[in-house]
Design a binder for this molecule. Structure first.
Ligand SMILES: [Zn+2]
Length: 213
């Protein structure tokens, strides 16, 4: 383990080590978190501790789009059950924060499908655990029961994002041959190669959506 950790009391070390489990957090940042927690009021720490403790008990995933939602809300999230939204358009994103960013642009009024990750080009097992089978079933049901459906592949313009989009296109291909009312598009220009939706500004994201092809 990291050498400099041995400088702190063992329970501090333990907490630092736990924080390093988060994406993008190294020991230096984790240490800063822990010392900033030490300065907080006891009530804040209690609130934080309880929120973490109850996270999985209170939060679940929408059974349709896999967005996280409060268990108290039921099985289907507020976006999926919003009758004012266009149910014929499904935007496929890698993760929930991409969906949140797209929502901020206000330009898309359809529904979402959260994959829960990406396919790594060199790891054939990496498609496991992604909600691709559920996407297939969802799109199929729409093509059969509803007038038409557009699937907008909004994965990131990275190698992994492109691999994932191509994989999904292949998976949906048989549906596309059978159902002429199924259209598959991808976010258009505006997003530069290698950039990520999570960090794109609203107007760039809006343009990428409007210029989908
Ligand atoms: Zn949903």
């Amino acid at each position: 383990m990291i050498l400099f950790l041995k400088m702190f009391p063992s329970n501090l070390e333990k907490l630092i080590e736990l924080f390093t489990r988060f994406p993008g957090i190294g020991p230096r940042q984790a240490t800063r978190f822990v010392f900033s927690l030490l300065k907080e009021d006891e009530s804040i720490l209690e609130e934080l501790g309880n929120s973490i403790k109850n996270l999985k008990k209170e939060v679940t995933a929408c059974q349709v789009c896999f967005r996280s939602m409060a268990k108290a809300e039921g099985n289907v999230c507020s976006i999926c059950s919003d009758k004012k939204r266009d149910a014929s358009a499904v935007m496929v994103v890698e993760k929930e924060s991409d969906m949140v960013n797209m929502e901020k642009t206000g330009s898309f009024r359809g529904l979402y499908h959260i994959l829960g990750g990406v396919i790594l080009p060199l790891d054939p097992n990496s498609s496991r655990g992604l909600h691709i089978k559920e996407l297939f079933e969802r799109v199929k049901a729409k093509a059969v029961n509803e007038g038409g459906v557009e699937v907008i592949l909004a994965t990131n313009p990275t190698t992994e994002g492109d691999t994932t989009a191509l994989y999904i296109e292949r998976v949906l291909e048989p549906l596309k041959s059978s159902y002429k009312n199924l259209k598959i598009s991808r976010l258009g220009r505006g997003l530069s190669l290698g950039s990520e939706l999570e960090y794109a500004d609203e107007s760039t994201l809006k343009n990428a959506f409007l210029n989908r092809k």
